[in-house]
Design a protein around this ligand. Structure first.
Ligand code: SAM
Length: 442
């Protein structure tokens, strides 16, 4: 052990110093600090890269304090004891919309919430008793009533945050809980993870007839639900992707990913473009662009709902499976956050699907995560976790992985040597890589 090990006291001093630096930044920049009360701001607005890193360093120090405060064994015991009930209660509150059952500026009784959610009052009380220990709702002064905290209020106020909880916990959570079983069945005593999509934890959980018979989560998103409910998970997912764009400030990444102004009257295909949230931003900023958003059919209604009417002559939706040959001839094919959902073989197939439409000079604009940092040691652990957590989720759902820049280039090379990568821009803090490939074929 060469490095001096942190102690509770040294960590407390570090936490004090980092807190002072962080709050000074907030004060200097007029950023309101959140509280635990329902009327709190929902996030810190306007952190720059430096203050974001500072906050994550503070979080790392607090996490180490959390471990040392309990001691190693109890830190594991307490974590394991609570993590599933924590996840289950949040998922239940979200699924049954407890958020709107309680007014933001008042309180509600268990009986009222039971009526609103159509759950037995006993269940409502027991779930809330656990969630209040997490600062998600709190007991009100009137007995048998709860009121919002800032955390539950953030969910009541933001449909994107609700969609995130639904997608990450309700869609992806159960498969993650059976990853060990999937690995035992399909990857034990092998040198590499199975890349057969029928052998994922998702498929293990969902492919049985009683669970819908789905192999990929896209099938679940598109097909789950009867009648009007059909596609509800995809509609949620569209909202989740819109929210991701908002919180990671991806609008800037998209606008700066290409010289759109110089592109003039270019035609663009937004492959797997969800409900069109990126294309709307592009069309609003560059009035000469003409964009086709392609995705699975159930993303269509969300597109029709979300796209401003005045843009609809330049931005349209087309249901298209990207494993089939690309039917639209365009100048630019944007493919954003698609390939990280697929193993190498499928990623190569998706790119090859573009080949029939490529013409000399047409381009692929690739934007994706660089989830694995080349030099992770320099980054706070809580930032590394954003990449490693998504990486394991990709393993559970798709047998896919978050790739470093070199692996993305290799996928293009394997798809077709005529994709000539002329630009690679990766920002390790922003987590995104932008690559531009020009078609050098006929
Ligand atoms: C992670 S989302 C990315 C959405 C969007 N490009 C963005 O960056 O926000 C992946 C998208 O791929 C779509 N998708 C999955 N399988 C597809 C397929 N076979 N054909 C077309 N789209 C598909 C999903 O419906 C989803 O909208």
């Amino acid at each position: 052990m060469s490095e001096a090990q942190p102690t509770l006291n040294s960590l407390a001093a570090k936490v004090t110093e980092l807190t002072q630096n962080f709050t000074k930044y907030l004060e200097d920049n007029g950023i309101p600090a959140p509280s635990l009360a329902a009327d709190s701001p929902t996030s810190y607005s306007g952190l720059n890269a430096e203050s974001f890193i500072l906050r994550q360093q503070l979080l790392d120090a607090l996490n180490d304090m959390w471990i040392l405060t309990q001691g190693p064994s109890e830190s594991i015991f307490n974590y394991v004891h609570n993590v599933m009930p924590d996840v289950a209660s949040l998922n239940i509150l979200n699924h049954f919309d407890f958020w709107s059952a309680v007014p933001l500026d008042g309180s509600a009784s268990y009986a009222t919430i039971a009526k609103h959610t159509a759950l037995p009052e006993e269940v409502v009380r027991r779930v809330l008793e656990h969630s209040t220990t997490l600062q998600i709702f709190t007991r009100a002064s009137t007995p048998g009533h709860v009121q919002h905290t800032s955390r539950s209020a953030a969910l009541a106020k933001q449909s994107g945050l609700r969609a995130l909880v639904s997608t990450v916990l309700d869609d992806a959570g159960p498969p993650m809980a059976v990853m060990n079983e999937a690995l035992s069945r399909y990857s034990l005593n092998k040198t590499t993870l199975t890349t057969d999509m029928k052998e994922t934890a998702f498929a293990l959980f969902h492919s049985g007839a009683t669970r819908g018979g789905y192999t990929t989560s896209w099938e679940l998103l598109e097909q789950d639900g009867e009648g009007e409910k059909k596609g509800w998970r995809q509609r949620n997912f569209v909202e989740f992707m819109r929210y991701i764009k908002e919180i990671f400030q991806l609008e800037k990444v998209i606008l700066e990913s290409y010289d759109w102004k110089a592109a003039g009257k270019a035609t663009v295909v937004d492959i797997g473009g969800s409900g069109g949230h990126d294309s709307v931003v592009l069309a609003q900023n560059f009035p000469e662009l003409n964009i086709t958003v392609q995705d699975l059919p159930e993303a269509g209604p969300a597109f029709e709902k979300n796209t401003p009417a005045e843009l609809k002559d330049r931005v349209s939706f087309m249901a298209h499976d990207f494993f089939k040959p690309q039917p639209v001839q365009a100048d630019i094919y944007m493919i954003k956050l698609i390939l990280h959902d697929w193993p190498d073989k499928e990623s190569v197939q998706i790119l090859r699907g573009l080949v029939p439409s490529m013409r000399p000079g047409s381009r692929v604009l690739f934007i994706d995560y660089v989830g694995k940092q080349t030099n992770p040691e320099g980054l706070p652990r809580s930032i590394q976790q954003m990449g490693t957590a998504t990486d394991l989720r990709m393993m559970a759902l798709f047998s896919a992985e978050e790739r470093p820049v070199e692996a993305w280039k290799e996928i293009f090379r394997q798809a077709d040597e005529r994709f000539d990568i002329v630009r690679v821009e990766a920002n390790p803090v922003a987590f995104y890589v932008v690559m531009e490939a020009i078609w050098r074929g006929e």
